[in-house]
Design a protein around this ligand. Sequence first.
Ligand SMILES: [Zn+2]
Ligand SMILES: [Zn+2]
Length: 345
Amino acid sequence: MASTFKAGAITGVGAVELVDVPTQEPGIGEALVKIEASAICTWEQRTFSGAQGNKFPFIGGHETAGTIVSFGPGYKGSLKVGDRVALGGASCGSCHWCYTGKDRVCEQHYGGSVDYPQGWGPGGFAEFKIHPADGLFPIGDVDADVACLTEPLSCALHAARLSGASVGMDVVILGAGVMGLMNVIAMKKRGARVIVSEIDAVRLEKAKKVGADVIIDASKEDPIEAVKKLTDGRGADIVLAAIGHKVANEQGMQMIAPRGTFVLFASAHPEVPVEVGPNAMHNNEQRIMGVVSSEKEDFYIAAKLIRQGQVDLSSLIQNRYQLSDLKGALDEAILPGTYRIVVKN
Ligand SMILES: [Zn+2]
Ligand SMILES: [Zn+2]
């Protein structure tokens, strides 16, 4: 191992620098991973574009896949040096949330973050990374470009599981960007009928391609009426907002059936409050729930689906860049309508 490795730091709005980070040995409970690929998510996009206030320098990259180089002392798990893995959430194993199987809420969930003198963040835009060994999930011999999408798929599987989606249900996904499509794939896996509402015709076609049963062009028809018509006037059992937008939230609230659930999947920047009619919710026994990130169960299953070829995520990848051109990758990623940009080593 060389004494330093390269990492791509966002040093300010629109600015990127390749920095040299000193190589360290993994500690107890950790593993050193040689990174093969990391995809650019909205967190990195918003940091680079300045839409989300964030501390610089920031080393992004939380949708990451690589190969295990070494373990810290005393590793007793079943992974081996040379195994290819996706990097997911960690957990302490001994808090209330871990004991009750809700490790997403564990304080150690984001314990894989890095904090170098050269920058902080999830740290995937780099040649190497030390990661908690319990946050590594086997991906077999799948291409790294696709394997790094384990993390976003796990978030969609988490949302689908917590929402209670199952066969026979009508599910509406609002928005057909990358995360909208991931949610289409996840909801289809749980057997639901999936309806996608979106204003962009190209994105709607993409939604059909990944498995949406019905698409609604919200630029041409009233999506609330369309959903009511498709469900004999009931509304949808689950509506998931994959875009953090006031209009989407308001529409979504009006689309849910009695006993229905509205899922807030996306964060909103800026955050605009949504008005809720408590009596309507009370009388119709409806729920609003937030979801973020995923649990080990979801991450493991996402990796398994990808490893076994049970999902095809290749159409979600728009382009690939080398780490040395991280700026070019981010410039393209923040263009409207872009799907995933993957940064490779
Ligand atoms: Zn992400
Ligand atoms: Zn814990």
